[in-house]
Design a protein around this ligand. Structure first.
Ligand code: IMP
Length: 428
């Protein structure tokens, strides 16, 4: 086996943790390749225990799996240590977590700048998670970032923090009228935190490539989702990294030819957190119904998620830009007991039917969904374990999504638990 990419096909929160966890026992490695603690994965173990993970790959909950925070991730050290402690307090073995020497450190000034920038943008705000993600990636691209390995050399760390704060403090104090940060305090604070993770710093790209040479299987776990990708998403209402499958090779340091499966996670309806266009968004009682029945509250921020019907234009787009080979359809049970289930099959943009993602931001803002109505089902499907166990109308709904999305729906989630999954085709 080789590398598998796991990627959200919509705006994130599709239930990726459940898929990782399902595959967990067949994998030797799970790697996070982008994003930071803006992500939130909920994993429910068979005994009912629930874990919310933000920075650490969900493979940490499967004994024997090696977990890597790859070079493409931005790491807030205080969040990392708090998350490790939370797991250790619940007797989870965290010894198999490694941290790429090249991952960027998310510093206190990134959080400060994220918050003031959003406030400054007013109505044009992105609706970020406020975790400093954008400012940290800005520093990475501007080549003034601080990387994990810098904590191994106090002199270098000090130089980098001083250089960064020389500019950032001017911005914080002169533009935003906030207090600046003391470089010595930032360095000391970082070095103190580093004592808790130093032993995990590794050349993870070397280890991953050796693992591939040994024939081991690696899961590259994307955070956020396709439409939050800085290149392929609904820019500027996106995150600052590349969750799409191509980002996995870059963010982990393996060749793209090593990836042989791209597993897209697709929720049976759509949700979005933060600002930005969302053609199938519902503002009526059905939106409230999906939010309530689906428990649609952000794991990281606790914000209520916006909800809407399934959008096949988006799914087709995700299939294409990620090269999705298989889909894991999640939360089908949430749609039980609807009279009919609408599916958005295309958009109307300025009076014309459009079957694919509009080329321009304005086109997407103007997109109005064209719906097809599928007959609903009343049965409780949470106990179904084979495709044939599903009511006929639920089967037809899945088959129609498959046809419209352009990739095989191999797994179907019918409840939050680890065992509440129908596997139509094995992924590994
Ligand atoms: P940032 O990643 O905090 O900069 O936020 C940018 C946008 O991505 C905002 O709309 C966030 O709500 C959204 N976002 C970031 N992480 C997640 C996630 O894990 N799930 C869903 N939305 C997210």
């Amino acid at each position: 086996m080789a590398a598998i990419v796991l990627i959200g096909a919509q705006w994130g929160d599709e239930g990726k943790g459940k898929a990782t966890d399902l595959l967990g026992e067949k994998l030797q490695w799970v790697v996070r390749y982008q994003g930071g603690n803006n992500a939130g994965h909920t994993v429910v173990l068979p005994n009912g225990e629930t874990f919310a993970l933000h920075l650490i790959p969900s493979g940490i909950l499967t004994p024997g799996v090696n977990n890597v925070i790859g070079n493409g991730v931005v790491v807030d050290p205080s969040v990392l240590l708090a998350e490790l402690k939370g797991l250790e307090d619940r007797d989870v073995d965290t010894s198999r977590l490694l941290l790429s020497a090249d991952a960027h450190l998310l510093m206190p000034y990134h959080v400060a700048i994220d918050k003031v920038t959003e406030r400054f943008l007013g109505n044009s705000k992105i609706g970020t998670t406020g975790r400093g993600i954008g400012p940290c990636y800005q520093d990475k691209i501007a080549r003034v970032g601080v990387r994990v390995a810098d904590v191994l050399d106090e002199k270098i760390l000090t130089q980098k923090v001083e250089a960064a704060l020389e500019v950032k403090n001017q911005i914080l104090t002169k533009i935003y009228n906030r207090k600046g940060l003391d470089p010595n305090e930032v360095v000391d604070g970082t070095l103190e935190l580093a004592e808790g993770f130093k032993h995990r710093i590794s050349d993870t790209r070397l280890l991953l490539n050796h693992a591939l040479e040994r024939g081991e299987t690696i899961l590259l776990e994307g955070s956020q989702g396709t439409l939050l990708d800085v290149d392929h998403g609904t820019y500027p209402y996106v995150t600052s990294s590349n969750p799409t499958a191509g980002g996995a090779a870059v963010g982990a340091g393996i060749g793209p030819g090593r990836i042989d499966t791209v597993l897209g996670i697709l929720k049976a309806y759509t949700t979005r957190v933060g600002e930005g266009p969302f053609p199938t968004e519902l503002f009526d009682e059905w939106g409230a119904y999906l939010a309530k029945t689906g428990g649609e509250v952000g794991v990281t921020t606790g914000r209520a998620r916006r909800t809407g019907w399934f959008d096949a234009v988006i799914a087709r787009y995700a299939t294409r830009v990620n090269g999705i080979t298989d889909y894991f359809l999640t939360k089908l049970d949430v749609l039980s007991s609807l009279e009919t289930v609408p599916i958005c099959v295309a958009y109307e943009v300025d009076g014309e039917r459009v079957d694919d993602m509009p080329m321009t931001q304005t086109g997407f803002h103007h997109a109005k969904p064209i719906y097809e109505e599928m007959p609903g089902w009343w049965e409780d499907i949470s106990g179904c374990r084979t495709f044939e166990d599903l009511p006929k109308n639920a089967q037809d709904y899945v088959l129609r999504l498959e046809e419209l999305s352009g990739a095989h729906i191999s797994c179907i989630g019918v409840g939050p638990g680890r065992d509440q999954t129908i596997v139509r085709r094995e992924i590994v």
